[in-house]
Write a protein that binds this ligand. Sequence first.
Ligand SMILES: [Zn+2]
Length: 389
Amino acid sequence: MKKLLAATLSLMLVLTFSACGEKNNSSQNEEPQGWYTQGEIKITKEQAQKIINGNFTTPKNIIIIIGDGMGPNDITLAEEHADGVYDFGLVLNQIKNHGLATTHSYDNDVTDSAASGTALSTGVKTNNGYIGKDPSGKDLINMVELARAAGKKVGIITDEVISGATPTAFTVHNISRSNTAELINSMISFKPDVLMGKDYNSVFMVLEEDEREIFDNEYLVAKDFKRFTQVLDTDKDSKKPFLGFLDGYSSIPTYNLANCAEVAFKRLKNDNGFFLMIESSGTDKYGHGNDINGKLNSVVTLDRTVAAALKFMEKNPDTLLIITSDHETGGVKLPTGDTKYLSDLLTVTEHTATPVRVFGVGKGTEYFKDKTVDNTDIAKFLFGIITGQ
Ligand SMILES: [Zn+2]
């Protein structure tokens, strides 16, 4: 099977990968040199394995990376697809503690991102469309609130808008994922220590007067990625939360999300530890858009973020890393002998009920090894880590 898969893919990938040679950022030397660096994250297979199999201590820092709509077959296909990026496949596939998670919501076999985001952040199943509320409409405690109550710094990064279902389900509460203005106002009022998403105007334009005041006076704001250094260097020791706007998800593999994660690690690191949620959304968008190439490239973008997290863990063994997905999108199948086009591998443009992968690095993550859990179990596991129980 593996040979057949490799043979079938190798031909298709010659065509698909030639378009994404975004390896060197030629403008890198023109960037202001400062607090963060923009560009490649280098890791070898041996280095990744050494970090993954290293000795971890009781976690103070928790990082969860969510590939929106990233199904198991996306990862299988992207292993071949990623070849040549690091001279091996995905960093993700070097992780030995991995299993599966079911994703159904309270009211549907097929979840949406609101219900699954709520399940992952609170450990409770709810109705599709609900953000951080149980099926009766009552607010649920999420792990960002719990981490903050435990004295940790908290961060949210997405390569979509901050009003999306995943970042909001981890942070605030609303009866509908469609109440965009309410969600943005709640996010701004909550003031995560680090908040990053795409599109400055999508946030600023919908703020009410008092929230706009909070935004102006109480945040360090960088309107785009190029201004991160300038803004953060100006006020390096500031206790103000940082709101940064990054380039959105892309159909080619990028380091943008990984570079933003590195900024967040530096900004969030403190004696009490931190909780950081990072969402890579291309795996969902290109699933809905019937674009398998964009989908697999988005797995590579997520994988580079995993590499950034592992490099942080190399120096900070009191860190725990979980990588999972909220649901599968696109009904991706693996190629057979008759598969002619890569695009034939996407069978639907909607979410499916297929269980997703869960990967863990750090103390206690053998819990996930070779098991199928429910997405609420991932939350319960992390609640235990945050509360030290
Ligand atoms: Zn989703």
